[in-house]
Design a binder for this molecule. Sequence first.
Ligand SMILES: [Zn+2]
Length: 143
Amino acid sequence: MSPFRLLPLLDDLNTPFWTGGAEGALRFWRCDDCGYWLHPPSPRCPRCLSKKLTVTDASGDAVVHTFTVNHQAWIPGLDPPYVVAIVELPEQPGLRLTTSLVGIDPDDVAIGLPVRAVFEQYDDVWLPFFTPRDDEAEGADER
Ligand SMILES: [Zn+2]
């Protein structure tokens, strides 16, 4: 098997997202004109087409939108089984990241679980993973 790179290649647009973890920040481009958070990054706001974008730190909070338990070693540093999840950020409906949950037993993961970003550095990128929020150990609100 030939080796291949699991990590993203950095360019001008995605560097803030993949290196914000160096400062503990979950970082996105945000539209100056309409406030839209861009993910994945784009040179124009997809909502209002403005090119006036500013790198902005998100809170780092999220909730588990959906998840699956993965039994194959796709992500460096994670031994299977681990949880691959889509988390949604409170900053904007539909602002979601595909990530992995760490510091939690796969059996304890639930949709709606409050989580926060933690970062692990590999080469020149800081991968954002998510771990349960300590302050909400009671679990997700039940709506
Ligand atoms: Zn906009």
